[in-house]
Each structure stands twice: as structure tokens, then as C-alpha cells.
Write a protein that binds this ligand. Structure first.
Ligand SMILES: Cc1cc2nc3c(=O)[nH]c(=O)nc-3n(C[C@H](O)[C@H](O)[C@H](O)COP(=O)(O)OP(=O)(O)OC[C@H]3O[C@@H](n4cnc5c(N)ncnc54)[C@H](O)[C@@H]3O)c2cc1C
Ligand code: FES
Length: 283
């Protein structure tokens, strides 16, 4: 077994360098993988995931929120959802974590090159889509118009809001933000619409026949967004959905993540809407 293959099963060590709170239950963790992991992790394609192990907790799939930095460090945006993520949120800087991966399919970047790209993120769905967004913006000339539509329940739950506003202000990104409702308290200096994410698509003028759409968010959102995108003229082959399933092995062995005949960990997590047509339980 090669070193690379053995790390499909055995995690690389990674040191927790810092943590930045993004909302009451979500934080951005910067981790430094051991040096021998760098070559493997540098093959990461936006949309893929890693299996993050937290001592005393367990292992969870997480899609890195950006490509590895030049120094090999990795950003993981993690919501406190249950046991493992709770232990991670309690971990001190300097703690040793584990990483396996990257696993699964990423976004088809070569196919998307030269096309307009529309990213649609709902809630925590911005975490996996952020790595795609950063790739598009760093290679801005390789893509046509880049648009991000991002919806959150309320302003204070909108992750990376200042960063996104700053990226849009630089040019090269069309940004549309929306919240389900806007309570009276202020959540900083950024403006957004009030309404549901699919509402942003209604009346939105874009080159639907050439656009690739990348969607990530809570499950109920998918059907609605696919409907709106198809109504606008985006073919199902160009609607890319990042799906979530509970995972164990992450490498196609345990069938824990089955979606019909497909396995989320190896056939996904990025699927085309056209691939899922025959699998009603997928969405
Ligand atoms: C490919 C992939 C990428 C992911 N990327 C991220 C990410 O970037 N950031 C992030 O915060 N989370 C991400 N997740 C979700 C994350 O893996 C789960 O929140 C985590 O496994 C919860 O583990 P836990 O032990 O803390 O909670 P648990 O105690 O296992 O679960 C807490 C609650 O969440 C539900 N739940 C747990 N996992 C899932 C799941 N996969 N799908 C639906 N419901 C679930 C449980 O049913 C339970 O209600 C991703 C999941 C997948 C499959
Ligand atoms: S998590 Fe084991 S097969 Fe997908």
C-alpha cells in the first residue's frame, strides 16, 4: 500500500492553529497539517471534503472553506451540530486533530472555464461554496461573470458577510444577499434584501444557456432552486449540487452514505441535477 493510499484510512496529524468565530455556533478553524500531508492535500478541488477527526469526539466530513494556503494550512468552517463538532469547538489552540482526504468529486472546473458561474448558497452552504468562490476569483480571467447569491435566516447568521462585501467591492463578483427576516438589531454594515433565496433568481437576467450553477444549502432549498434555474433555462447537466449524507468511511466501503445506487462520498458530494433525476430520495 502506498503512503497516499494508507492515508485514505489513517489520518494525517494536523495542529489547530487558530479559531475565528463567525456566528454564535459557527467558527472558522485554521489547521496546519503535518508536512507529509501537504502533497496529498494540495490535490484538493473545491467541492471535495476531508474526514476531520477530533480526539475524544470522532470523525466528521467537512468541506474545506478554501484551497490550502501557500503554507499548507487549511480553513474549515464548522457549525456546532452535535457531539464531534462540539468537541472541536471546545478544543484549544495547539490541539492535534486528524485529517483524511481529500475525498469525493469536486466541481468540474475545467468544464466551467470560460463560462458564467452562479453560486447559490443557503445558510452553512456558503462554507463548501467559499472554496469554489475563492478559486473563481483567484483565476478571474478564466471565467465569465461570477455571481454569488447567498441567503441566511437573519443578518447575524450570515457568515463571511464583511469578507464577501469587500470582495464584491473590489469588482469581479456580483453579490446578492438576502435574509429570511431582518430583526431590529444591527449586524454590522452590510445591506441585503429580505426574502427567500429562490426569490433572488426570479427576474434575474443572466446568460442561462451558458451558465453553470453551483448550489449548496439545506435540503428543502434544492428542489426549489433547481425548478427556478431550469425555468430560467439552465440545463440539469449544468446544475451542480453539493449534497450531504451521514458518512463513516468516506471512501466507498461502508455504504453509509448511499443515495439510491450512488454513494455520496465517492460519486459525490458534488452531483449534477441530471444525475439525480432517477433518484427521488436524493433531494
Ligand atoms: C460532504 C460533507 C461536507 C460537509 N461540510 C461541512 C462543513 O463545511 N461545515 C460544517 O459545519 N458541516 C459540514 N458537514 C456536516 C457535518 O459533517 C455534520 O454537521 C457533522 O458530521 C455533525 O457531527 P456531530 O457529531 O457534531 O453531530 P451529530 O451528533 O452526528 O449530529 C447532530 C445533528 O445533525 C444531524 N446530522 C449530522 N450529520 C449530518 C449530515 N451529514 N446530514 C444531515 N444531518 C446530519 C444529526 O442527525 C443530528 O440531528 C458536511 C457534511 C458532508 C457530508
Ligand atoms: S461513507 Fe462509507 S461508503 Fe460513503
Amino acid at each position: 500500500m502506498t503512503t497516499q493510499n494508507s492515508h485514505m484510512h489513517t489520518p494525517f496529524a494536523a495542529t489547530l492553529l487558530e479559531r475565528r468565530d463567525l456566528s454564535a455556533d459557527t467558527a472558522l478553524f485554521r489547521v496546519a497539517p503535518e508536512e507529509s500531508a501537504l502533497r496529498t492535500l494540495c490535490s484538493f478541488v473545491p467541492g471535495q471534503f476531508v474526514q476531520l477527526s477530533v480526539p475524544g469526539g470522532g470523525e466528521v466530513p467537512i468541506s474545506p472553506a478554501d484551497l490550502p494556503a501557500a503554507d499548507g494550512t487549511l480553513e474549515l468552517c464548522v457549525r456546532r451540530a452535535g457531539h464531534v463538532t462540539e468537541v472541536l469547538h471546545q478544543a484549544a489552540t495547539g490541539a492535534t486533530l486528524g485529517l483524511r482526504g481529500p475525498f469525493g468529486t469536486g466541481f468540474p472546473l475545467e468544464e466551467m472555464a470560460g463560462r458564467p458561474v452562479l453560486l447559490l448558497a443557503g445558510g452553512l452552504g456558503i462554507a463548501p461554496l467559499r472554496s469554489l468562490l475563492m478559486h473563481l476569483l483567484r483565476n478571474r480571467n478564466d471565467f465569465e461573470e461570477v455571481t454569488l447569491m447567498y441567503g441566511a435566516r437573519q443578518p447575524k447568521l450570515m457568515l463571511f458577510r464583511e469578507e464577501l462585501a469587500a470582495l464584491a467591492a473590489k469588482g469581479g463578483l456580483r453579490l446578492f444577499l438576502t435574509v429570511d427576516f431582518a430583526p431590529e438589531e444591527s449586524a454590522g454594515t452590510f445591506s441585503c434584501a429580505v426574502g427567500l433565496l429562490p426569490d433572488l433568481l426570479k427576474g434575474f437576467r443572466f446568460d442561462a444557456e451558458r451558465t453553470y450553477a453551483a448550489v449548496c444549502g439545506p435540503p428543502p432549498l434544492y428542489r426549489c432552486l433547481i425548478g427556478e434555474l431550469q425555468k430560467a433555462g439552465v440545463e440539469a447537466e449544468r446544475i451542480l449540487l453539493s449534497l450531504e449524507r451521514r458518512m463513516r468511511c468516506g471512501i466507498g466501503r461502508c455504504c453509509h452514505c448511499a443515495i439510491g445506487q450512488k454513494l455520496c462520498c465517492v460519486d459525490g458530494p458534488v452531483f449534477r441535477a441530471s444525475e439525480l433525476r432517477q433518484i427521488p430520495e436524493a433531494l
